[in-house]
Design a protein around this ligand. Structure first.
Ligand SMILES: Nc1ncnc2c1ncn2[C@@H]1O[C@H](COP(=O)(O)OP(=O)(O)O)[C@@H](O)[C@H]1O
Ligand SMILES: [Mg+2]
Length: 241
């Protein structure tokens, strides 16, 4: 099996104070890979590099073992990826129109079934005609997820998708992520500072700390037998963040 995404010899700095330093990292097809770590550790930066939104200052990003950058990634490969961020960015239009947006951009016709399916998956069929700007924060995030799912992405990138949401919406969104992985077969890269969410959803977990991956392990090993003292401290809450 070849990795779906792979980082090699990545170094990426902001000013003098932060460097993301990843000698190597592979994301495997079909997995849910969670990145946890304190605020400012570099989680979002790592996600932007994996997602070809940002070009690394040093090193290479491979998709299916071919190196690309943000500027030369072919559009048909770009279209196999979708991302959802902490703050949903919705159009001032109906829920339906928001979900159909990505399909329209891609010139896709006959999207009705796909839109209906995505709305069912995020449990918002009853709000299809509702203006998106009147939704709650959790509903708006579920629209963002539907907009990503309707594209049936090969890789789904999620950056803190449930931060600041109520427990009911967190539960629904975790179900949506699980279903995207298990039913649609999407590979999921999930950034979260909620370690319990990582434990519930991920197959593998990486701890990012100060721009470096301290430990990567299968989910049970990560939580039951953490190897690095900083992972132990993070899990017990002794690492302040
Ligand atoms: N575009 C940017 N310009 C300058 N500094 C940035 C930029 N993006 C992130 N940083 C800095 O890089 C560090 C890591 O940020 P980030 O990747 O957002 O961490 P996390 O998502 O783990 O909170 C922080 O110190 C942040 O202030
Ligand atoms: Mg972040």
């Amino acid at each position: 099996m070849i990795p779906i995404l792979r980082l090699e010899a990545i170094r990426h700095s902001y000013g003098g104070h932060f460097t993301l330093d990843i000698p190597s990292l592979a994301i495997w097809p079909g997995e849910v890979f969670a990145v946890v770590g304190p605020s400012g550790a570099g989680k979002s930066t790592l996600l932007r590099l994996l997602n070809f939104l940002e070009k690394p200052q040093q090193g290479r990003v491979y998709l299916h073992e071919k190196a690309y950058t943000a500027s030369n990634l072919p559009i048909e490969l770009r279209r196999r990826m979708a991302a959802v961020f902490q703050q949903p960015l919705l159009l001032n239009a109906s829920v339906w129109r928001n979900v159909s947006y990505g399909l329209r951009v891609r010139g896709s016709r006959n999207g009705r079934d796909a839109i209906q399916q995505a709305l069912d998956e995020v449990r918002l069929t009853h709000l299809a005609k509702h203006p998106a700007h009147r939704l709650s924060g959790g509903e708006a995030q579920r629209v963002s997820l539907a907009r990503a799912l309707v594209l049936n992405p090969e890789v789904l990138f999620l950056d803190e998708p449930t931060a600041n949401l109520d427990p009911g919406n967190v539960r629904i969104i975790e179900d949506i992520i699980r279903q995207a992985n298990q039913v649609r077969g999407a590979t999921v890269v999930l950034v979260t500072h909620n370690i319990w969410q990582a434990r519930r959803l991920a197959h593998r977990v990486a701890l990012l700390f100060d721009g470096e991956i301290i430990e990567t392990a299968a989910v049970d090993d990560f939580f039951q037998h953490p190897q690095d003292p900083r992972t132990q401290a993070f899990l017990t809450g002794d690492l302040i963040y």
